[in-house]
Design a protein. Structure first.
Length: 400
């Protein structure tokens, strides 16, 4: 057997990073920025009002003073009304400050209160005198022109996308998501809504993998269910248009293991026994076409464990995410259970602030798919451990 680290290292070496491409901001959420974004303009672009109120000359607006309203400045207006002594302009939030005004008096600091009138009043009386500069957002106070708005390597969320738009861009260079095809193999598989005959089971691996791929930040391009028929599998592989293909089932040493039969002789693909439970039989390689192939076991818990240990980090590395691995914490075992010596045990588990325990009594059985619904983590038990005792420190891979 080889270790998890050995298999993972081979995968990450082969999982080349995808080249950057231009993307509209509307499609860039969740992608990693490929180049620094530098502001085209200062932010804010001009001195503007932070309040609905009146633009004034602070020296004129002492408490109790009545000012004549000579202009009405809305947000978006290009007007720059001149204010003489004893004059004010009604102004809306975001509107450009008149050049010779040096303060804004909020509506509530005048005798007219907060009511918004369709037509500006003829005069207003100051109830509270403003300080010079009050309620004015100054040009460039957030960032000057040429300032770094968002740094390369940043994963783009709503706030970062807003900053890029404010910097004056509709498109940015990002690292694209890996495109993934999913092929679930097995003549025993039927649609989840079907009624299984003897020997048949509902197909769930493609559902699990499709959701896991999207959760990893990658794209699902196709999903196929293929019987244990080498010719059918070859045709399915020929139809794949993706960067990565994930195959589940048929990767072990059984007489009908179709994935190994088809890809076992492919240059660049290797099948190994990995020292882990579940998920011991693993295949990986790069096909002659350049397609990266993951050949996973068929049991659902094995698929989930294999995806988290190997596939997810590779997909995130390809898209240049900084965090390719799930976070890990240490918790005390809340129960005792056996572990196979010589293999890392990967146990669907639930944890809290203090303890971790298996999500099912069956610990890490690869067929115990129901345990996945309750699990919030995988407990990772070292290969040299034969038994976990209550209270033992356990490393926990946090899934949710």
């Amino acid at each position: 057997m080889i270790t998890i680290d050995e298999h993972r290292a081979r995968i990450l070496r082969a999982a080349g990073r995808l080249p950057a491409a231009e993307s509209f901001l509307t499609e860039a959420r969740g992608r990693v920025l490929a180049a620094d974004v530098v502001s085209r303009w200062p932010t804010p672009l001009f001195d503007n009002s932070a309040m609905d109120g009146y633009a004034v000359r602070a020296a004129d607006a002492t408490t109790g003073t009545t000012l004549k309203v000579v202009a009405d400045v809305a947000a978006g207006s290009a007007e720059d009304p001149a204010l003489g002594r004893g004059e004010a302009a009604r102004i809306m939030t975001g509107a450009a400050i008149p050049s010779n005004a040096d303060a804004v008096v909020p509506l509530e600091h005048t005798d007219l209160g907060t009511a918004i009138r369709a037509v500006a009043p003829e005069q207003i009386t100051m109830l509270v005198a403003p300080e010079p500069g009050a309620h004015i957002r100054r040009r460039g106070e957030d960032a000057p022109a040429g300032a770094l708005a968002v740094a390369s390597g940043t994963t783009l969320g709503p706030w970062q996308l807003s900053a890029i738009a404010s910097a004056g861009f509709e498109q940015v260079a990002v690292h694209p998501a890996a495109r993934v095809a999913i092929i679930s193999t097995g003549s025993e598989l039927i649609a989840p809504s079907g009624t299984p005959l003897r020997g048949q089971i509902p197909e769930s691996n493609s559902v699990l993998l499709s959701a896991a791929v999207r959760d990893a930040g990658a794209l699902v391009t196709s999903v196929r269910i293929v019987a244990d028929d080498p010719s059918a599998l070859r045709r399915a592989l020929d139809d794949v248009d993706a960067d990565v293909v994930i195959l589940s089932g048929g990767a072990s040493v059984g007489a009908f293991d179709v994935v190994k039969a088809v890809l076992g002789g492919e240059r660049g693909v290797r099948f190994d026994q990995v020292a882990m439970q579940p998920g011991k039989p693993q295949g990986f390689g790069v096909l002659d076409s350049g397609l990266i192939a993951f050949c996973l076991p068929g049991n659902p818990v094995s698929v989930a464990a294999s995806f988290e240990m190997f596939v997810r980090p590779a997909l995130r590395r390809m898209a240049r995410f900084a965090d390719v691995d799930r976070p890990r914490v240490v918790r005390a075992a809340g129960a005792a259970w056996a572990s196979p010596k010589g293999r890392v045990q990967i146990v669907p588990a639930v944890f809290d602030d203090e303890t971790v325990r298996p999500a099912t009594r069956g610990a890490s059985g690869s067929h115990l798919v129901t345990s996945l619904a309750a699990a919030t983590s995988f407990a990772l038990i070292p290969a040299e451990t034969e038994r976990v005792e209550a209270g033992d420190p356990v490393t926990v891979m946090v899934l949710s």
